[in-house]
Design a protein around this ligand. Structure first.
Ligand SMILES: [Zn+2]
Length: 170
């Protein structure tokens, strides 16, 4: 993973920028240690529990622990808010049609970043407008902020249930 823009997260091994001691270096080093002792557990790519979980990216959520899941049990699809976007539908479609999952679980939670974002910006259009002002380009995506957690979960459920691409919508 690398980007053309200069970034402290540039992972290009040829990069001569000052990346010594970055978090990326730490992760690469950890992965080298992991790979040195890794043995293929011989798992099937198809999730054992035949479920796809859509959840928020919140760093505090240990999804497997929270749901009693083991490695290999499920697909996890995470983004800001655990919102069912077109790209989540893309992943769910592949999950169901190519990799055998049969159910979808949506995990939204209280006390999280986008709720405070909603307080900072009266409307998500303000947030997008501020970005546009700064970079001269309007985001093609919606921020998907929300105030009402229950309503947001219902909307995400509705997006799964009404998707024409998903054979399994429960
Ligand atoms: Zn969250």
């Amino acid at each position: 993973m690398s980007t053309s823009a200069p970034s402290p997260l540039n992972t290009s091994p040829d990069s001569d920028s000052a990346t010594v001691g970055t978090v990326t270096d730490a992760l690469v080093a950890a992965n080298q240690r992991y790979a040195a002792t890794f043995t293929d557990p011989g798992m099937d790519a198809r999730p054992v529990r035949r479920v796809a979980v859509v959840a928020c990216m919140d760093a505090r959520i240990d999804l497997h622990a929270a749901l009693g899941l083991e490695l290999g049990d499920c697909h996890t699809i995470r983004n800001a808010g655990g919102v069912v976007t077109d790209d989540v539908i893309r992943s769910l479609t592949i999950s169901q049609r190519a990799l055998g999952t049969r159910s979808v679980v949506l995990i939204h939670h209280t006390d999280w970043g986008l709720l405070s974002l909603t307080e900072d910006f009266r409307h998500e259009e303000d947030f997008r407008h501020e970005i546009e002002e700064e970079v001269d380009q309007r985001p093609a995506w919606e921020v998907e902020t929300f105030r009402d957690l229950d309503a947001d979960v219902r909307q995400s459920m509705q997006r799964v249930r009404t998707s024409p691409f998903l054979p399994h919508t429960e």
